[in-house]
Write a protein that binds this ligand. Structure first.
Ligand SMILES: [Cu+2]
Length: 171
């Protein structure tokens, strides 16, 4: 009887130790990322570049409707599709439009440019754009920040621009 009790205690403690170990691993990972973000290399890059992150989800929403960048510096933008739905039904991209662009008109033209990832090939309204992404995918682009001012960005997947839109403020 005592032996069985001892065994179950031993099993229980090893389970607790295993769980504890897992938690520690998670903490270590977080610590590592924080360290990397604070490294001198990153600081130097951050000083010369605007780094912007944007996400789109399965609910057809961007996580931000305003992005702010400093003028005169390149912009490195990463768009991440945090959902699981496929590109064909819930595709997302980031399309930055020149000032004065009629967004509804542009989105209409984009909707019929399916063969070109919903970017109208004959349009000169696009400053920069990412690839069209499905769930779990991401794309990073770099472009020069346009002149100070406010610029519209949209997702050009058919029907998305009405809610998936925002402004990039260059200051
Ligand atoms: Cu979209």
């Amino acid at each position: 009887m005592k032996k069985i009790q001892f065994l179950s205690i031993a099993i229980l403690s090893s389970f607790v130790i295993a769980c504890g170990g897992k938690k520690d691993e998670g903490k270590k990972d977080e610590g590592f990322q924080v360290q990397r973000a604070n490294s001198d290399d990153k600081k130097e890059v951050a000083a010369n570049t605007n780094t912007v992150a944007l996400a789109g989800n399965d609910q057809m929403l961007f996580d931000k409707n305003e992005l702010r960048v400093e003028a005169g510096k390149p912009v490195t933008l990463t768009l991440r599709h945090t959902g699981v739905m496929q590109k064909i039904s819930m595709g997302h991209n980031f399309v930055l439009l020149k000032q004065g662009t009629n967004v509804a008109e542009f989105a209409g033209a984009a909707a019929s440019a399916r063969d070109n990832d919903y970017i109208p090939a004959d349009s000169d309204a696009v400053i920069a754009h990412t690839k069209m992404l499905g769930g779990g995918e991401s794309d990073t682009i770099t472009f020069d920040a346009p002149a100070p001012g406010t610029y519209d960005f949209i997702c050009s997947f058919p029907g998305h621009y009405a809610v998936m839109r925002g402004t990039l403020v260059v200051e």
